[in-house]
Ligand binder design. Structure first.
Ligand SMILES: *Cc1c(COP(=O)(O)O)cnc(C)c1O
Length: 353
């Protein structure tokens, strides 16, 4: 018997994050984490952290972190919004900006949290098919809509669209908000950040989880004109004033300060990615020209679902998506250290023997 209260429950199909096994010698290439530790300055800031201060509520504006990000990008503090990972920032964006009742648009193959938020917040949406090479066709986004969001580079394909294409989408949609999710932009892409000075309807969202080696700390941020940031803050303060804790604020600011380390580690990951591309190509794998810290690969003669299971048995974790059907024979492989990629490549060289 279904209870009456059942019909008043908000029922959602949750987002399923990649698994987080914790084994001694595993090779973990399944959630696009950075293989290198956070910047040395983060360790210093952690040692100097004043635990007595934890009895107080944090600064609700997370000023120290907002200022560090604003200074880093040459922005006003009023142009920066911070949240508990970009997942939190993006959820706030969905709540704040997508209220027209018209369907919002995003690619059919993309970050699988977008449709989850749309369902959760009762936002109608339309998934726009990528072309046969998994590329965004900008013309598809010039229709009546309630807002647009896409990652650049896209996930899980790694494909990048040029800044001019992003601008075209923003320019042709002046009546709605366009969100560019740049979780992977630091691995060789060109950021749409300059567009925020020119257009009042664009937000650029980035994260500390990938290029800044701090997925566990949960820091994401949005950059836009002050008016949009104010609307975001109003919604956030109506939800939970204290989303950012003092340790996160302090360590986040320390991470931004270390530009040299950031450049060094992202360059290393890009070099490892390009080397891995060459090795995989030699083994007959097929993939797009990823500009992120992962590769989205298939093989004409192999079942990727089977390979996923077989690698897992060797404690090599990669990501397989069962949906949509079009990407069922693909694996998403995060870029680890050179040593980790060598172990993966060695396993692939002998596969399936
Ligand atoms: C990883 C990722 C995010 C979320 O990152 P956070 O850890 O929540 O900052 C957002 N968008 C895309 C496309 C991602 O891959």
């Amino acid at each position: 018997m279904t209870k009456n209260w059942e019909k008043n429950i908000r029922k959602v199909v949750p987002y399923v994050p990649g698994e987080q096994p914790n084994k001694a010698n595993m090779i973990k290439l399944n959630t696009n984490e950075n293989p290198y530790p956070p910047a040395p300055g983060v360790f210093g800031a952690l040692r100097a952290f004043d635990t007595d201060g934890l009895r107080r509520y944090p600064d609700p504006t997370a000023h120290v972190l907002v200022k560090a990000i604003a200074d880093h990008y040459g922005l006003e503090e009023a142009q920066v919004f911070v949240g508990v990972g970009s997942d939190d920032v993006l959820a706030m964006c969905f709540m704040t900006f997508f209220n027209s009742g018209q369907p919002i648009l995003f690619p059919d193959i993309t970050y699988s949290f977008y449709d989850v938020w749309a369902e959760e917040f009762r936002i109608p949406y339309q998934q726009i098919p990528l072309d046969e090479d998994f590329q965004i066709r900008p013309g598809d986004y010039v229709v009546e809509n309630g807002g647009i969001i896409f990652p650049n580079p896209n996930a899980p394909t790694g494909n990048l669209i040029p800044l001019e294409t992003v601008e075209e989408i923003v320019k042709k949609n002046p009546d709605v908000i366009v969100i560019v999710d740049e979780a992977y932009i630091d691995f060789g892409g060109v950021s749409a950040l300059p567009l925020i000075e020119k257009y009042d309807n664009v937000l650029v969202v980035q994260t500390f989880s990938k290029s800044r080696s701090m997925a566990g700390m949960r820091i994401g941020y949005a950059m836009a004109q002050p008016q949009l940031i104010k609307y975001l803050n109003d919604v956030k303060y109506s939800f939970n004033s204290y989303t950012m804790n003092p340790l996160t604020i302090t360590l986040g600011a320390a991470a931004v300060a270390d530009e040299v380390y950031f450049q060094e580690t992202t360059k290393k990951i890009i070099a490892t990615r390009e080397r891995t591309k060459a090795a995989l190509r030699e083994l007959g794998y097929v993939f797009g020209d990823s500009m992120s810290n992962f590769l989205f690969v298939t093989h004409p003669a192999l079942s990727m679902e089977q390979l996923f299971e077989d690698l897992k048995r060797k404690d090599i974790y990669v990501r397989h998506f069962k949906r949509p059907e079009r990407i069922r024979n693909y694996l998403r492989i995060s870029i680890g250290t050179d040593a980790e990629m060598d172990i993966l490549l060695e396993a692939l060289r002998h596969y399936p023997d």
